[in-house]
Design a protein around this ligand. Structure first.
Ligand code: ANZ
Ligand code: ZN
Length: 819
């Protein structure tokens, strides 16, 4: 019997799968279709341990569903635009495409080696012109619908990447890519109007409940941040138009003792009194240095300047001073707030720092905030509040005051969202050019569809160096940039920004259904057959960015009539990370583990199985605690079982060793449940048990010719093919079958073999029957004793007394005599 040779098996079966096209989706209607999707990789270097974990989970699902008889689409591609390629190109004086496509080839080889059951015929790269042509096409459809627009505003700017960032890409005030503190710049930028979809992005989450991890849904809900409240109009002395504030507590209107506007809101500059202007301008400059996180921090002292004007409270005519303060943000609500220090801690902190009055209008029973400087927020009795006095709950207070404001025409019910529009333009080269031409007489003119794609010019090396403006705006790109206006034929210029790469990844899963299609981004018929995706797999780091954007895109495509669903991913699984010695792997810690070296040492099957066996898919794996060597031993044991089988393929298992048959059928039934509920690690454990049980039967019981041994060995092989696909092919062949095991059917369970016999064991305390336990006929005295003492009824009747004697007649009687 040959020992397992991973390297030989890998080479042989990889070639076989490729020539056999084992994993190509049939798409012929002969089977029910299922789409399993992994978040596609970014081509930075070779695959690493993180990929090993992420991709094996999706592969287990894909292989399982194939065995269950589905026609599985399991595609792969690359998210291949982006900054790292550009930075590498600058360093090497090369074109970003060289680095990008070389890395893609490396990763593709490694994916093949890693035994992933991809349908390679659907492969795509977002940086290919026949892909980004359609990204541009989609942009233009968004533009036509008013969902892509340009506006001038303060935007997040990363001084190191020299480009703007979406709000979603600013993490704790820093650039999510390089960690540099993000500052603000005023620029004219392209946006997607994702806020138009805020309500639907929230509401449609109902379809995802129980199917997506709760924490992802919670993060999205929080990011969208729906708030219910009211708009209230305040007159500002010396100004025609009233100023509107957004408040979630209009019921505290009588407690508003001052008014605050965001320093960078246009309003502030408009209303500031001349004698205060210098102070204000100086404060505005300081504001621009602060990050949004800092500004919202409750810890930070509340700074601000008086603007020299007063607002008038619409319900009592009171004059209240107007301040500019950076704790109010320009782009949330209306950028202005009515400050109610008694019931809002930020306002109270500000009031304390600037010696402003604090007036309690809701008596919650807590001490007066004017004395404690602790704002109160709960329900209570309204005081000093005119029409609200005497009411004692928030719901009535809020609705009563809004009704009145609506009658007076000074306010109305309102809902706001924390979500902002998606800033999509980037001042970098290696991305999709925005297909707009700026004409001095016609304005923003879309590039006609039949002129797509707008291809990137051939820039390389120094021409790509970040200068704060896009390389496409530089002198090297003049010939590319200067074009005729498609409308009037006059001299015009192309837009010089490129799109955020999250645009590329917002629709790639549709393209997989229609590889190579050139009538549109995808053929709606293909998408109707395959989508929604049944299982999506990827890291939780995409909980907001990618997963929100792609939901938005899908809804727009739905509204365009191109797809007939609104949620593209039915189920989502977040895999954990691979760490080492309790820490994320990093160069500086020197704790990196190289996937290629691990595979060389232990073989693909052992690495895949070790990763899966480590724990539930969503948990992190500490590689220091793993033992691929133990996995190798298990795989050897499994192979030996298959090698020992002497009965012929197709032998009827009926009449084989009953205990082993029961174990096999129970294992297969359990495996199904475990795989359906993504407890892959337990599934591996079940297979280990079955290997051991089979070994026992071969050695000590019925021997290798028993048909139950073949039945067990085949079940083991099919089950193992999810985790250790190369070994499973070897075993399948050893068992006398034609490859591939991927085309074997999932074993059917005989329900009559699942009925486990049990006997009733009577438990007596002082001669009285206190419990009846269903136990295995083979239960030992010790087991019975333990079960009996653990029984709640038995414990109650013992009432803590010591035990003098326990008599056990296995398996039918346990008699307990207390002291
Ligand atoms: C008066 C008030 C009284 C408020 C009170 C709260 C409590 P959420 O829940 O996050 O939507 N606000 C409104 N616009 C703001 C802005 N641009 N920057 C900073 N704060 C702003 O918060 C809504 C509340 O946050 C609003 O309700 C407003 O303060 C403040 F006892 O108005 B409130
Ligand atoms: Zn023109």
């Amino acid at each position: 019997r040959k020992p397992y040779d991973p390297a030989a098996a890998q080479e042989r079966w990889q070639a076989f799968w490729e020539s056999d096209q084992t994993f190509k989706a049939l798409d012929d209607g002969s089977k029910e279709r299922r789409y399993v999707l992994d978040m596609f990789p970014y081509p930075s270097g070779d695959l690493h341990m993180g990929h090993a974990e992420a991709f094996v989970m999706g592969d287990v699902v894909a292989r399982y569903w194939r065995l269950k008889g589905y026609d599985v689409l399991h595609p792969i591609g690359w998210d291949s635009f982006g900054l790292p390629a550009e930075n590498a190109a600058i360093k090497r004086d090369a074109h970003p495409a060289e680095w990008t496509y070389a890395n893609i080839e490396t990763q593709a080889r490694s994916f093949r080696r890693y035994g992933l059951s991809f349908d390679w015929s659907t492969r795509l790269h977002t940086s290919d012109t026949d892909y980004y042509r359609w990204t541009q096409w989609l942009f233009l459809r968004f533009f036509e619908r008013g969902l892509a627009y340009r506006k001038n505003s303060f935007v997040n700017w990363c001084p190191s990447c020299q480009t703007v960032l979406a709000n979603e890409q600013v993490v704790q005030g820093a650039c999510e890519r390089c960690g540099t503190t993000v500052t603000k710049r005023q620029l004219n930028q392209w946006y997607f109007r994702i806020t138009d979809y805020a309500d639907r992005l929230l509401d449609d989450m109902k379809q995802l409940e129980g199917q997506w991890p709760d924490r992802v849904l919670a993060m999205q809900r929080n990011w969208i941040g729906r708030s219910e409240g009211a708009y209230v109009d305040f007159e500002i002395e010396g100004r025609e138009q009233p100023v509107t504030v957004f408040t979630t507590r209009p019921d505290t209107l009588f407690g508003a003792t001052f008014f605050v506007v965001a320093p960078e809101a246009e309003l502030a500059g408009e209303i500031v009194a001349e004698e205060q202007r210098a102070d204000f301008e100086a404060y505005l400059e300081k504001t621009k240095q602060a990050t949004e996180i800092e500004r919202q921090s409750t810890e930070r002292p509340k700074t601000g300047v008086f603007l020299g004007v007063h607002a008038v409270n619409p319900v009592n005519g009171e004059r209240i001073p107007v301040y500019a303060a950076d704790y109010v943000l320009a782009d949330y609500g209306t950028g202005a707030v009515m400050a109610v220090p008694a019931h809002d801690q930020r306002d109270l902190d500000f009031a304390k720092a600037h010696d402003l009055p604090v007036r309690m209008v809701v008596d919650t029973g807590d001490a007066d905030p004017a004395e404690t400087f602790v704002a109160t927020a709960g329900d209570g009795t309204y005081v000093n509040s005119g029409l609200l006095d005497g009411l004692s709950d928030k719901v009535s207070g809020v609705s009563r005051i809004i009704d009145q404001l609506e009658v007076d025409g000074r306010g109305k019910r309102a809902i706001t969202f924390r979500l902002r529009d998606w800033l999509l333009s980037r001042q970098r080269f290696w991305g999709v050019p925005i297909p707009i031409i700026h004409c001095p007489s016609c304005g923003e003119v879309p590039v006609p569809d039949d002129q797509l794609p707008v291809e990137l010019p051939d820039l390389r090396g120094a021409a790509l160096k970040p200068k704060g403006t896009s390389p496409l705006a530089g002198p090297e790109a003049t010939a590319w940039r200067e074009v005729e206006c498609p409308t009037c034929g006059g001299r015009a210029e192309r837009d010089t920004d490129t799109m955020d790469t999250f645009v590329d990844s917002s629709w790639y899963f549709f393209r997989y259904c229609s590889p190579g299609y050139d009538g549109g981004p995808f053929d709606p018929e293909d998408v109707r057959r395959w989508m929604p995706v049944e299982q999506y797999v990827g890291g939780v780091e995409h909980a907001i960015l990618h997963l929100l954007y792609m939901r938005f895109f899908t809804k727009v495509l739905h509204d365009m009539g191109m797809v007939d669903f609104v949620e593209p991913m039915r189920r989502l699984m977040n895999q954990g990370q691979v760490i080492n010695q309790g820490k994320a792997m990093s160069k500086s810690l020197g704790n990196g583990v190289d996937l290629g070296a691990q595979i060389d040492q232990f073989g693909v099957d052992a690495i895949r199985t070790t990763v899966v066996f480590a724990g539930p898919p969503e948990d992190d794996i500490d590689w220091a605690d793993m033992s691929p060597t133990a996995t190798v031993r298990f795989l050897q044991r499994a192979l030996r079982v298959a090698q020992d089988v002497t009965s012929e393929p197709g032998t009827d298992p009926a009449g084989g060793d009953l205990a082993l048959r029961r174990a096999t059928h129970k294992s297969v039934a359990d495996l199904g449940d475990l795989l359906d509920s993504h407890r892959f690690n337990v599934a591996v454990a079940r297979l280990m048990e079955l290997v051991n049980a089979t070994r026992k039967t071969i050695d000590a019981g019925a021997g290798p010719a028993d048909p139950a041994v073949r039945e067990a060995a085949e079940a083991i092989t099919v089950g193992l093919s999810l985790f250790a696909p190369y070994l499973a092919e070897d075993m399948w062949e050893t068992l006398g079958h034609q490859p591939s095991v991927a085309n074997a059917a999932w074993p059917t369970v005989d329900p009559s073999l699942l009925v486990t016999e049990s006997v009733t064991c009577v438990v007596q305390v002082k001669g009285k029957v206190r419990a009846k336990l269903e136990v295995s006929p083979e239960a030992t005295e010790e087991e019975l004793k333990e079960l009996a003492l653990a029984d709640a009824n038995v414990q109650r009747s013992l009432d803590g007394k010591e035990i003098r004697q326990i008599i056990v007649r296995a398996p039918r009687l346990v008699s307990i005599v207390p002291a």
